[in-house]
Design a protein around this ligand. Sequence first.
Ligand SMILES: Cc1cc2nc3c(=O)[nH]c(=O)nc-3n(C[C@H](O)[C@H](O)[C@H](O)COP(=O)(O)OP(=O)(O)OC[C@H]3O[C@@H](n4cnc5c(N)ncnc54)[C@H](O)[C@@H]3O)c2cc1C
Length: 281
Amino acid sequence: MPVIVPESVESALAALAAFPDATVLAGGTDLMVEVNDGRRSLARVVAVGRVPELADIRVDDATVVIGAATTFARLELDPVARLVPALALAARTVGSPQIRNAATIGGNLATASPAGDALPVLVALGASVEIAGMYGRRLIPIAEFFTGPKRSVLEVGDLVVAVRVPIRRGPQDYLKVGVRNAMVIAVASLAIAVDLDRQRVGIGLGSVGPTALDAPEACSWVAARARWRGDGVEVTDDDVVEFGERVTDAARPIDDHRGTAQYRRHAVGVMARRALRRCTG
Ligand SMILES: Cc1cc2nc3c(=O)[nH]c(=O)nc-3n(C[C@H](O)[C@H](O)[C@H](O)COP(=O)(O)OP(=O)(O)OC[C@H]3O[C@@H](n4cnc5c(N)ncnc54)[C@H](O)[C@@H]3O)c2cc1C
């Protein structure tokens, strides 16, 4: 099978335009599983791991720009761990060290599984996805990127180039429930990001809907109830409980082989309360 190994975004796009049957290959941790299971066959691949722009992490004003081919192993470290701690926490829960050394954030986005661990964090922080295609580059807000389970706005010939994640001053957390402690796909997950400067709370939910979800009503409710200080935020115990209920209302889970919808709703409520307590005084 032909393997094309471009060394720039432009040459990757040229290869994808020349061969519409080509498939983008990053770490291969989703793609090769599908191939090995016989669910997907490949005519040729464009392996993007050697494109420097896709492996770059840079800070641009108040945004971290993370190249699509950045592995979860790198997301666990500085500067992401310092600037977007929830993303580093989420990265640490992905698969095993071997998987984290290969699996990329661009692959997590393009696979668009509602269980993808990076996705709740990107939703909580209101990240944007930079896509390059035959008509140039476009920036898509994360809320518009997913169109359904394992579906996104990506079209044939498109390449995820980077994800732009706002840097927010304030505590963040990522919680994940699985059938065991490690090497597990989320049964339910939740990211929280407190923004002390804008006095906002962001939430992202994983594995409890067709795509990663936000909980805007719960977030604006708790932000209005909270007592904001320059260096922290406080909420009452009653408000923590009500926040858990409101976040649970935002979930749209189904029953599947990993868990029931009822269990997932319960887990989301527990995680929402725990995450808010950890992030507040
Ligand atoms: C044992 C195991 C454990 C796992 N555990 C977890 C886990 O705990 N949490 C979790 O979230 N995931 C997990 N996964 C799933 C997988 O590791 C992640 O979804 C990973 O982020 C996929 O990235 P990749 O680079 O390997 O993508 P690939 O497999 O290379 O590609 C996946 C899809 O994305 C497309 N693609 C890749 N990069 C781009 C790009 N830049 N532009 C456009 N399209 C692109 C490919 O064409 C393909 O359709 C696990 C997988 C395995 C095998």
